[in-house]
Design a protein around this ligand. Structure first.
Ligand SMILES: [Zn+2]
Length: 493
């Protein structure tokens, strides 16, 4: 049972009923892919789930720098979620982040300062956040570390490590996967491990007096996750037995039938293409090799490290965002070995000079798989590094898929034209997605048996596809399965 209404219509609610229901705030990612943000209110407390950015409007408007925009402009250009629907910011008890992708954490810099509460996430998520906070530098901001109080009444309890950073007044509380953190007497936060395409990705579970909310936004059931972040089927099954009130489920790939292929398969596809270049009988032998992938996909990068070794080539990593994600993984001991990282224009120019002398002895790993104009790949293709262009026959491997938007399609098309002009050979879609397909969503619904399901991280078409599955699983639109838009607040009894 629920009543859907806008927050402005319910501000005069009777205080004595506040403990009797739960409210879900659909803030961002309910009309689009990107800028994910939800919130759950129970009584006088609100927990925010994710605070993501939507970079599409930025890409469409050319050279706008996000740091130069005011918060109002960021709302108006639909770059950050419009959290003005949370009228009483003092009620927010925590911001919980599910993983380190920018469409889940990228709006923290603009929004979090409004909330006097901690930011909670798994180790890699908070490490990435620390690296992207504007003006942050490891040298000038040594965090203070406080050990959070241990909870007595939950299993697999974790002593959250609390850190404070100068740029944000929010404390950071690190909670690893498959552990719980007691926020206060009313709310326990649990991180359930589940595969995705970035280290330490979590399904977030809120245990409240009004029931359990499972926030599963960006996940897949991968039984061969090369980063060892296995789906915790056992815990999800247990939660289902104990009772789940609401499942908020990221529906990005819902239209795809079956199961999403494993990350292991994605890596094997890339391996098959790359290792062909070691056969002298093939024309692909002996050229410069370039791999571009999502910078945050550390498992994929580690595979490229292995392939470079097998090919006996020197691996060169280029580009600012790739360096950020890799150094964060190095800092947490998730990547080993010496890695040559180059992010400044001058250092990239210098190393490219070396590559030019011996192209067949190098493998470049770089940003730019979405054709972003400022990424290294587009800049080399556009001859932005004077004196260097790709030697004819250079092979460019896209270990990624295009994030579906008109601007990305156009950018990749432009990039390919430039690469064609330089005589490059292009290999596309050497990739496995990080997002669950339809049958995985069916499995999570059957395991959790939620009383109410709310799809998120999708548009109206995605919601319709999700509802087709929900109907097959005996859920009813408007009763046990809700379509929310950005700005909606729904009350669940
Ligand atoms: Zn993600």
């Amino acid at each position: 049972m629920y009543n859907k209404t806008k927050i402005r219509k319910i501000t005069s609610q009777n205080a004595k009923h506040q403990q009797k229901y739960m409210e879900i705030y659909a803030i961002g990612g309910y009309d689009e892919v990107g800028r994910n943000m939800s919130a759950v209110r129970v009584g006088d407390e609100i927990v925010i789930l994710d605070m993501g950015i939507n970079i599409t409007p930025l890409a469409e408007s050319g050279d706008i720098k996000v740091e130069t925009l005011s918060r109002e402009e960021l709302y108006n250009f639909t770059i950050v979620p419009d959290d003005r629907i949370i009228k009483d910011k003092k009620k927010v008890a925590a911001i919980v982040l599910s993983h380190g992708h920018l469409d889940h954490i990228g709006a923290v810099f603009a929004l979090a300062e409004q909330y006097d509460c901690p930011i909670i996430g798994t180790p890699y998520t908070l490490e990435i956040l620390r690296k992207i906070i504007k003006g942050e530098s490891e040298r000038k901001t040594k965090p203070t570390t406080i050990f959070a109080k241990k909870s007595d009444d939950v299993e697999r309890e974790y002593d959250g490590v609390m850190t404070t950073y100068r740029e944000l007044r929010n404390k950071f509380i690190v909670v690893p996967n498959n552990s719980k953190y007691k926020l206060n007497e009313n709310i326990n936060i649990e991180m359930v491990g589940c595969s995705h395409s970035i280290p330490d990705s979590a399904i977030v579970v809120l245990h409240t007096k009004e029931g359990v909310v499972v926030y599963a936004n960006d996940w897949k059931f991968d039984d061969s996750p090369t980063d060892m972040n296995f789906p915790n089927y056992k815990r999800l099954f247990e939660l289902g037995k104990q009772g789940v009130k609401v499942l908020i489920d990221g529906a990005l790939n819902i239209e795809k039938k079956g199961y999403c292929p494993s990350e292991y398969i994605g890596q094997e596809i890339l391996k098959g293409a790359l290792l062909k270049t070691q056969h002298q009988e093939l024309s692909s032998y002996g050229s410069l090799l370039v791999v571009t992938a999502f910078a945050s996909n550390i498992a994929r990068f580690q595979a490229v490290q292995r392939f470079a070794e097998m090919l006996n080539r020197r691996l060169i990593v280029l580009g600012g965002s790739t360096v950020k994600y890799i150094t964060a993984a190095q800092g947490l001991g998730k990547i080993s070995g010496i890695i040559e990282l180059y992010k400044s224009k001058s250092s990239i120019k210098t190393v490219l000079g070396r590559v030019k002398k011996d192209p067949n002895k190098h493998l470049i790993f770089c940003t730019g798989n979405q054709g972003e104009e400022n990424a290294v790949l587009s800049r080399i293709a556009g001859r932005d590094y004077k004196g260097f262009s790709f030697p004819r026959g250079t092979q460019v491997f896209f270990s990624s898929s295009i994030i579906p938007s008109d601007i990305n399609k156009k950018n990749v098309e432009n990039l390919e034209k430039l690469l064609d002009k330089q005589g490059c050979r292009i290999y596309r879609d050497l990739h496995a997605s990080g997002h669950a397909y339809k049958e995985e969503h069916r499995e999570i619904i059957r395991m959790l048996k939620p009383k109410t399901i709310i799809p998120c991280h999708t548009d109206n078409e995605g919601k319709l596809n999700y509802f087709k599955l929900g109907i097959e699983e005996h859920y009813k639109i408007g009763k046990t399965m809700l379509a929310l838009n950005n700005g909606d607040v729904v009350r669940i009894k």
